[in-house]
Ligand binder design. Structure first.
Ligand code: ADP
Length: 243
């Protein structure tokens, strides 16, 4: 799927969280939205997901306006992980994913449901037979459940807000391999992050956003003389540190 954003702004009361953002993401691309806390990354991710109404400007996915009723066709093919991961604490990993599976695949057989749910849990090393509620899970384990859930509808568009948060090294390696495989299959992937070390091998294209604005030109692997870390650091205004 192709994302086209033109002159997008979003305000919360008088506060401008996004200010005249324009970017395009091509089909099957892994695209990084980088920047510090409070930059507007999550807001941008949520607008692409069609969560906020009335943003100013244009957001189209595969030519469909994010604000149009037709956007439901895109939503059906979108997977997402948001910053608060929004899992149901009293449910097991299985039931958390089943909850979404029943939304995406309303009248399917239990056998198909079981196949789909086991498959995504297995990708992240989670036990499909576990009945344990997730409230005692570590942050990293919850992150794995939320990532597994993001895959349940075999998405053509994947929006991941800080996907590495809390993951151990094993989880990060699995995630990176999975995202590369999905992009090769044609899934368009947008990742927001400030954890560059984990993304630097994965992301071929990225923008840096701060105070709601894209700063400078996008970074494109192979075209820039800088690596991703150097690109990010080139935007940081570090004052002399004295102790
Ligand atoms: P990031 O993901 O880059 O950390 P966010 O997109 O979450 O940044 O937030 C950008 C700014 O918008 C922050 O200053 C945040 O406080 C503000 N903001 C985000 N969502 C809301 C909201 N629902 N209501 C009011 N302010 C918000």
């Amino acid at each position: 799927m192709e994302i086209e954003i033109k002159n997008l702004s979003k305000s919360f009361k008088n506060f401008k969280a996004l200010d005249d953002v324009s970017l395009t993401v091509g089909n099957g691309e892994i695209f990084g939205i980088l920047g510090p806390n409070g930059a507007g990354k999550s807001t941008l991710a949520k607008i692409i997901l069609g969560i906020y109404d009335s943003p100013k400007g244009c957001v189209f996915v595969d030519g469909i306006d994010v604000c149009s009723p037709d956007y439901v066709k895109i939503k059906e093919q979108t997977g997402f992980l948001l910053d608060n991961i929004s899992l149901i604490k009293a449910f097991s990993a299985w039931n958390n994913i089943e909850f979404f599976d029943r939304i995406y695949f309303k009248n399917d057989t239990m056998e198909n449901r079981q196949k789909r749910i086991s498959k995504v849990l297995n990708v992240f090393g989670l036990d499909p037979s576990s009945k344990k509620p997730i409230f005692n899970f570590s942050r990293g384990m919850k992150q794995r459940v939320a990532l597994a859930r993001a895959l349940i509808n075999d998405p053509k568009l994947l929006i991941l807000d800080e996907p590495n948060r809390g993951l151990d090294r094993e989880g990060k390696v699995v995630l990176n391999k999975l995202l590369v495989a999905l992009a090769e299959k044609g899934t368009t992937i947008v990742i927001t992050s400030h954890e560059l070390e984990d993304l630097s091998l994965l992301v071929p294209k990225a923008v840096y956003i701060n105070k709601g604005k894209i700063v400078g030109e996008p970074w494109v692997k192979g075209e820039s003389s800088m690596n991703l870390l150097e690109f990010y650091d080139s935007h940081i205004d570090v004052k002399d540190v004295k102790i």
